[in-house]
Design a binder for this molecule. Structure first.
Ligand code: IMP
Length: 198
């Protein structure tokens, strides 16, 4: 297999960008969307895989580069898997995750006032690797955990301050990025495509 030597990291989310570029080998040439003036495609897919494919195919065609995109989300058992593929949209146009986290607490409280023992959740990630000729490869990763009753920690992004991964007693927001990076859903998905990069 020809190893990939140059890649476009197809995300506008700076948190995801940092994690993905830190996972990829140092010697690979990495491009960010900031180098190109491309507006984001509409995420009209029914699931993570379709949305990851929409993004990676679109950016790959626009730039003629191999593109790696991620579609991910937080799934809360008590909310029947919400916000799920709408995780980003719960932050509104301005991607305000204080707002999104408050909405999560509000929705959970509405279903059960004392949800301390009903706090199971997971992060899901689908990575799509797409070549300009349309060839594609997908991988998925999950990290199980629970929702914290309070927001904790200022590290990370998105829902990190309320997610406590299984086996730990800190939220992702309290963890050093280097620790979070090697236990999360994105890392688990990355392990399955690692070989493309040598
Ligand atoms: P999308 O895949 O761009 O539609 O956005 C996924 C959304 O899920 C992000 O905007 C984050 O809010 C959330 N998310 C995905 N992965 C993580 C993570 O590792 N930490 C915190 N939030 C995440």
């Amino acid at each position: 297999m020809n190893k990939i030597k140059e890649i476009l990291i197809g995300t506008n989310n700076s948190g995801k960008y940092k994690e993905i570029s830190a996972l990829l080998p140092k010697e690979i040439v990495k491009h960010s969307l900031k180098e190109f003036k491309i507006s984001a495609p509409e995420e009209t897919g029914k699931n993570y895989k379709e949305n990851a494919f929409i993004k990676a195919l679109y950016y790959s065609k626009k730039t003629n580069l191999i593109c790696l995109s991620d579609d991910s989300g937080l799934e809360i058992d008590l909310l029947n898997g919400s916000p799920g593929i709408y995780s980003s949209r719960w932050g509104g146009k301005k991607k305000n995750f204080d707002l999104a986290i408050n909405k999560i607490f509000y929705e959970m409280n509405k279903i059960k006032k004392d949800w301390k023992k009903d706090n199971r959740a997971k992060f899901f990630c689908c990575l799509a690797l797409v070549w300009p000729n349309g060839k594609s490869f997908f991988s998925e990763g999950i990290v199980n955990g629970k929702i914290s009753k309070k927001k904790k920690g200022k590290k990370g992004f998105g829902y990190d301050p309320i997610f406590v991964p299984k086996g730990y007693n800190k939220t992702f927001g309290e963890m050093e990025p280097k620790l979070k990076m090697f236990i999360d859903h994105r890392y688990k998905a990355y392990l399955k495509i690692k070989n493309f990069f040598g």
